[in-house]
Ligand binder design. Structure first.
Ligand SMILES: NC(=O)C1=CN([C@@H]2O[C@H](COP(=O)(O)OP(=O)(O)OC[C@H]3O[C@@H](n4cnc5c(N)ncnc54)[C@H](OP(=O)(O)O)[C@@H]3O)[C@@H](O)[C@H]2O)C=CC1
Ligand SMILES: O=C(O)[C@@H]1CCC=N1
Length: 281
């Protein structure tokens, strides 16, 4: 699809790069439509410009004023400084998309002091290859049309769903942070493979295909995960022996606590800001 919208990323870290990479692969945007700015790391901007052919700018004021969509992609701790710095260049015709964990749309509009459309999004870094699981929610001034634009944008980097804003904390704990849980599992499998004497290269290949195969099975099979697990688990066999050890270490409880803690952390990140930036009207 052709469009002429100008997109500015405010924040040039891992998430911005993952989104840029995915967005360009799907060709909804040409590199010339995308500009990235950050606080101070010019090497990082040079790298993104070299790698993706996107724009950088010497004149943030004009770039921001001309933007159709601004994607806020700094860390939550930097949002007050970051948003305050761009405030004077934002107008109510623009669409602000925030990917910041925990940070409420009202915090953004309060900081901007403008009645501007804000869509809050929680993607994940699998956006890099167009496989993000993204959830969106709408701020007070965002319209159905704004949501459609955001939906279209995030569809270029994976699947998209819409949730109530209060549920974005849970989404963050589950699928925003989710890729890290899988990578952590793979790290453990690699360490185990080493300890049981398998060559690194061979182990890596086997682990990778095991994860891909299991993920594809989960996606294509009509069977529940517990049934698929049981089908691997022969009575008195190796899997049963292994899973008993996972149960002794309370593996499922650990995963559940992990996701709950990440969810709570998202709320904490937002609450600190909601209290300090709440509008007086
Ligand atoms: N990483 C992930 O998996 C996901 C992250 N998110 C969210 O995305 C956001 C970014 O995360 P991530 O990419 O990992 O973070 P990074 O630390 O990798 O990047 C943060 C970026 O923000 C820039 N920045 C900091 N302060 C300002 C400022 N005042 N004005 C403009 N830019 C600024 C930094 O620039 P400089 O280096 O110059 O200081 C840097 O480019 C976070 O809010 C996070 O919650 C959401 C989903 C998944
Ligand atoms: O760790 C974080 O805070 C961000 C949000 C989701 C993934 N990374």
């Amino acid at each position: 699809m052709e469009n002429k919208q100008k997109v500015v990323f405010v924040g040039a870290g891992s998430m911005a790069e993952a989104m840029i990479s995915g967005m360009l692969q799907k060709e909804l945007f040409a590199p010339s439509q995308i500009t990235v700015i950050n606080r101070s790391n010019t090497e990082r901007i040079d790298y993104l410009q070299m790698t993706y052919g996107i724009h950088t700018t010497q004149n943030k004021e004009i770039t921001l004023k001309n933007a159709d969509i601004m994607i806020l992609a700094m860390k939550p701790k930097d949002v007050v400084e970051g948003v305050t710095n761009i405030r004077e260049f934002v107008n109510s015709r623009q669409l602000i998309i925030s990917v910041l964990a925990g940070v409420a749309t009202t915090t953004i509009t309060d900081l901007l002091q403008t009645k501007v459309a804000v869509i809050r999004a929680m993607p994940n870094t699998s956006a890099t290859i167009g496989k993000s699981a993204t959830a969106l929610s709408v701020g007070k001034y965002a319209t159905e049309e704004d949501l459609n634009i955001a939906h279209q944008l995030f569809t270029t980097i994976g699947i998209v769903t819409t949730v109530a804003e209060k549920d974005l904390h849970a989404v963050t704990g589950l699928s925003g942070s989710g890729p890290a849980y899988v990578y952590y599992l793979v790290e453990a499998m690699e360490k185990a493979a080493d300890e049981i004497g398998l060559e690194k290269k061979i182990a890596k290949e086997l682990i990778l295909q095991t994860i891909i195969g299991a993920a594809e099975m989960l996606k294509t099979s009509t069977k529940q995960p517990a049934i698929l697990r049981r089908e691997v688990t022969s009575p008195g066999g190796t899997t049963e022996a292994g899973i008993k050890v996972l149960e002794q270490f309370h593996y499922q409880e650990a995963m559940i606590s992990c996701i709950k803690r990440a969810t709570t952390r998202s709320s904490e990140l937002g609450e600190a800001l909601t209290q300090s930036t709440a509008s007086q009207d």
